[in-house]
Ligand binder design. Sequence first.
Ligand SMILES: C[S@@+](CC[C@H](N)C(=O)[O-])C[C@H]1O[C@@H](n2cnc3c(N)ncnc32)[C@H](O)[C@@H]1O
Length: 393
Amino acid sequence: MIVFNARGRFHYKYSFGAIRCIHYLTHTQWFCPLTLLLLAFTMVFLLPHEILSFFRSFGGSIAPSNVKNAVTFYEDLHSVNGGTELQRKENYTNMVNTYYDVATAFYEYGWCQSFHFSSRLYNETFQESIKRHEHYVALHLGLKPGMKVLDLGCGIGGPMREIASFSGATVIGINNNESQIKRGIALNRQYGVPESCEFIKGDFMKIPVPDNSFDAAYNMESCCHAPDLVALYKEVYRVLKPGQCVAGYDWCMTKEYDPNDQYHNKVKDEIEFGNTLPTIRTTTEYIQAIKAAGFRVLMVEDFADKLNVHIPWYESLNPKRLSLDGFRRTWLARLIGRQLLKVLEFSGIAPKGSIEVNKFLERAGDGLYEGGRLKIFTPIFFYLAQKPHNENV
Ligand SMILES: C[S@@+](CC[C@H](N)C(=O)[O-])C[C@H]1O[C@@H](n2cnc3c(N)ncnc32)[C@H](O)[C@@H]1O
């Protein structure tokens, strides 16, 4: 190996030493859990400042001392713990905000800046497939410079930045989660898009803008959180100009789902629990809701069922997968992450409750994988719908 400078030489020697250490430890009978604990400790002490503040950000706008209680509040609302759909709908603002306060750092670590799924082609990386899904929406909406577009439930703005850069349109994201918006604003500055991308802090059930404000709207796997889908799409209808369209991907139970099958319902409950959903609508119910709000549905397509899909969306959650591309989503990364979190929570760096959050997110991943594998669930049900030019026709 060529070493160009002293710093490089140090890193080289250091990495070599670390590899020898790991090699030695992995060949002793104490490998698990002692080695992992040791590795986790070492990582904590070698972590740069930014990474430490990342761990401290677990909990979002919830005070660190309240994270554990917030997690209990969240868990108790779900069917797997005796909660009901009605309770989740009545408490949707608190439930969804609590979830994203505690889960966003984990999402960003494992998924990057766009918090949605994609099916992959063989020649694509995970991130390329995410972008392709975003471009697909922009193309079907015919986005171009001069248009003002609404991003419903925009997360930390990954899709917004990509779609604004790709299309030249101005994108305004609405999100009810304060800490995600703070993070999104910082990222907009970092990526140099603060002029073409903006955030509104608000509930998409009551969008704080006048009627007929937008030239298009899209949803990347967010409207599934709505307590009432017809009311949400009526609100989207109100803020779109006549003749303009809404498109997006969303989470649905497919035609393969049998509501009388106990195992199907168990998987559905797990997905709702791990992903803060009041319920999961079927594809038929979803389309009926859009129509009931007054839209003309122009196109529907389940991306999970597309013929040219080589790697299904749920493969990234396969508990047995081991790959260097997307290592953070493998079982090995999960194993290391669990040990690291124990150390971080024990040492007070991460708030109490972080381990519990990690557990329900792992359960979420398993539920999603099972739903995808059985083909009873899809998170990438695509639709394109138009507000009529003349509402009386
Ligand atoms: C799965 S994330 C997707 C985020 C984003 N679309 C993306 O793909 O990166 C769902 C988002 O919907 C937002 N959300 C859920 N319910 C909302 C509501 N009632 N009003 C506004 N935003 C909401 C959440 O805060 C979260 O940012």
